[in-house]
Design a protein around this ligand. Structure first.
Ligand code: SF4
Length: 313
């Protein structure tokens, strides 16, 4: 059987992930580098990226107390709370901040909304590093919710002073349902000036939705801790087909694809495109395929390197 592989585009790295990885690479390759380069948390949520940078010398740590004083540390793309920056200052660390500018935008909004006296409702997954960081901007004024039911049940000190923010990588459809419930609960709800779900999450979800509608099964390349990749799997499943998150080509199971005539394929914003090429090769190894790309948006966004890195070069 000659199968069709429908490649969703955009897919794979977003501008924030490119910037974060390049930041670590430039520090590792700097001719005047003194000492190791530490990275707090996974620089982006992808096991292959982290393994690759570790092989080149980056030292990944969970918390800053594992970093020797006076060392250089990179903060990951998901952002950190002010408490982490304070800890870095206390340890005299040289900080290179690779927080995605679109995450920084949400942090700025959190501070501004809290400063004007609002309860800030942060829609997102409480255990995710990005949400931990945003929450840390104004913990006394912020509540985290994840579902419309939580929105409907929310109690706040002043119902006329409520604003909301979202994690950048949420499902557009699920976030909209929660925002609708919030608007019903708090008719004077104040909105962020522009959507917090980022362009990359939005574009990848739309592409998956379009391709999944024409597919028998869908594969999303990404790691288990990648929020945007998991949301892409959910989007495909909402089209009524089975969908699977795979770290790489080795994770493909025959029973998932053996009866599929059309296989949809995409990769989360933190998954390298070489993994997509490897999955296509693996599918080809299992039988003849025709690859067709479905482009639903084009992206030409790039972010300048972190200012501390620009000053060093
Ligand atoms: Fe930034 Fe969005 Fe990429 Fe996250 S997924 S790094 S918020 S562009």
């Amino acid at each position: 059987m000659n199968r069709t592989v429908l490649l969703a585009a955009p897919r794979s790295f977003c501008a924030g992930v490119e910037r974060a990885i390049e930041t670590v690479e430039r520090l590792l390759d700097a001719p005047d580098r003194e000492g190791p380069i530490y990275v707090r948390k996974q620089i982006v949520h992808n096991s292959h990226v982290v393994t690759g940078l570790a092989a080149r010398g980056a030292i990944f740590v969970d918390e800053l107390d594992e970093v020797p004083t006076d060392s250089t540390v990179v903060l990951a793309a998901h952002g950190v709370s002010p408490a982490v920056r304070e800890q870095a200052r206390a340890r005299r660390l040289t900080v290179i901040d690779a927080t995605c500018p679109l995450v920084t935008k949400v942090h700025t909004e959190a501070r501004r909304f809290a400063d004007r006296g609002d309860t800030v409702v942060l829609i997102g997954h409480a255990e995710h590093e990005e949400v931990e960081g945003t929450y840390g901007e104004a913990p006394e004024a912020t509540v985290i919710i994840d579902t419309p039911a939580e929105a409907a049940a929310l109690r706040v000190p002043d119902e006329s002073r409520v604003s909301y923010l979202t994690q950048t990588t949420l499902s557009i459809e699920e976030a909209e349902a929660t925002i609708t419930a919030l608007r019903q609960r708090f008719p004077q709800l104040r909105e962020p000036p522009s959507a917090d779900i980022c362009y990359a999450s939005t574009n990848r979800q739309h592409a998956v939705e379009t391709v999944a509608a024409r597919s028998d099964v869908f594969l999303v390349i990404g790691s288990e801790n990648s929020s945007n990749s998991k949301r892409m799997v959910e989007v495909a499943r909402r089209q009524g087909i089975p969908a699977y998150l795979i770290d790489d080509a080795a994770r493909i199971r025959t029973e998932w694809i053996e009866s599929a005539q059309v296989i949809g394929l995409s990769a989360g914003a933190s998954a390298p495109s070489v993994l997509v090429d490897a999955v296509i090769e693996e599918l080809r190894r299992r039988g003849p395929i025709t690859v067709e790309e479905i482009v639903t948006a084009t992206e030409n966004i790039s972010f300048a390197a972190p200012s501390a890195l620009r000053r060093r070069s």
